[in-house]
Write a protein that binds this ligand. Structure first.
Ligand SMILES: Nc1nc2c(ncn2[C@@H]2O[C@H](COP(=O)(O)OP(=O)(O)OP(=O)(O)O)[C@@H](O)[C@H]2O)c(=O)[nH]1
Ligand SMILES: [Mg+2]
Length: 317
């Protein structure tokens, strides 16, 4: 069954892609099969992270950008991570309605990471979803997260370009930015430009940026948009393109990629241990014997672990 799904998914069959994602979320072994089968096809998609305080207009902005990219013929993946989904299920429904015309487009794939309880947590599940989309001919992947520190996702390491979205009148939006997301923005967007004080917010962000050194030769852009009317979206798409060209040119992208791959191998090894090797170990007779000995105070858990690992290493040659 996996084989059929994989075959269908690489032709961008949206149902097959969604099924693969669900399987990977729920079954650790199948997940490894899926990801390793797809790996050679990854590395082509460009990932844009969109973060910022609740209600800033991230989803609306994503819809506007997605429409723009579709006009240029690109295929799109949209991943909405909602850490508070169990409380605000309605918010996602709102997103869905807003994105309804996009959702009927076969070249647009939308996934809400709403449910908790994925094997390995939401951060890993999101990474997997991005990877699966990358492997299945998606040109631009947009990942929406609520910043900062409110989600478990490290958007900066997942995305090639990170947009930090805010809006005037959200209260202390600049405070919110200071609290950790100021550092991660490649492009800052003051959305809801139709509201008062937009220019003031732009100015404040701009002066903060001017106080810090450019990172890897890039000084973040600050733009204002009206995601509802589409005003400023062209400039935003251009800024993203500029940052894409900048990152592709600099060896930073290559370095970051090597570092990411190193981390991935270590991570995969760790996950293999946790999900598979340890489960196998826990179901052996030897394991049960050690537990019995520990119960009888004839052995301690630490010695047991060391002996089990030694035995396990030997059995693997
Ligand atoms: N006036 C105005 N309203 C906007 C604009 N962009 C979005 N909105 C509205 O702001 C509200 C929140 O927009 P969303 O796109 O759901 O915001 P979000 O940042 O995705 O919100 P969460 O996902 O809940 O964090 C909605 O009612 C939008 O219609 C804009 O440019 N101007
Ligand atoms: Mg949203």
């Amino acid at each position: 069954m996996l084989k059929t799904l994989l075959r269908r998914s690489v032709k961008h069959d949206r149902r097959a892609i969604a099924q693969l994602m669900s399987i990977a979320e729920n079954d650790a072994r199948a997940r490894i099969k899926i990801l390793s089968a797809l790996y050679e096809r990854t590395g082509n998609a460009y990932v844009i992270g969109i973060t910022g305080p609740p209600g800033a207009g991230k989803s609306t902005l994503i819809s506007a950008l997605a429409k723009r990219y579709r006009e240029e013929g690109f295929s799109i993946g949209i991943v909405a991570v909602d850490p508070t989904s169990q409380v605000t299920g309605g918010a996602l429904l709102g997103d869905r309605i807003r994105m309804a015309d996009l959702a009927s487009d076969p070249k647009v794939f939308i996934r809400s990471m709403a449910t908790r309880g994925q094997v390995g947590g939401i951060a890993r599940a999101t990474e997997d979803v991005v990877r699966i989309l990358d492997a299945t001919s998606t040109d631009y992947i947009m990942v929406e997260t609520v910043g900062a520190g409110q989600s478990d996702i490290d958007i900066k390491s997942l995305a090639h370009t990170t947009l930090v979205v805010t809006a005037p009148g959200l209260g202390d939006e600049i405070q919110a930015l200071k609290a950790g997301i100021m550092e991660i923005g490649d492009i800052f967007v003051v959305n809801k430009a139709d509201k008062e004080n937009t220019d003031k917010s732009v100015q404040e962000i701009y002066s903060m940026i001017m106080m810090s050194e450019p990172i890897n030769g890039w000084r973040p852009h600050v733009l204002k948009t009206n995601a509802l009317s589409g005003e400023g979206i062209t400039a935003l798409a251009q800024a993203i393109k500029q940052h894409e060209e900048h990152t592709r040119k600099s060896d930073q992208m290559k370095k970051a990629q090597t570092e990411r791959l190193r981390r991935e191998v270590l991570d995969a090894a760790k996950r293999y241990f946790e999900d598979i090797a340890l489960q196998e170990l826990a179901s052996t007779e030897a394991f049960a014997k050690h537990v019995t000995m520990i119960e009888g105070r004839k052995e301690d858990p630490y010695t047991a672990a060391r002996l089990l690992m030694k035995q396990w290493k030997k059995s693997r040659g």
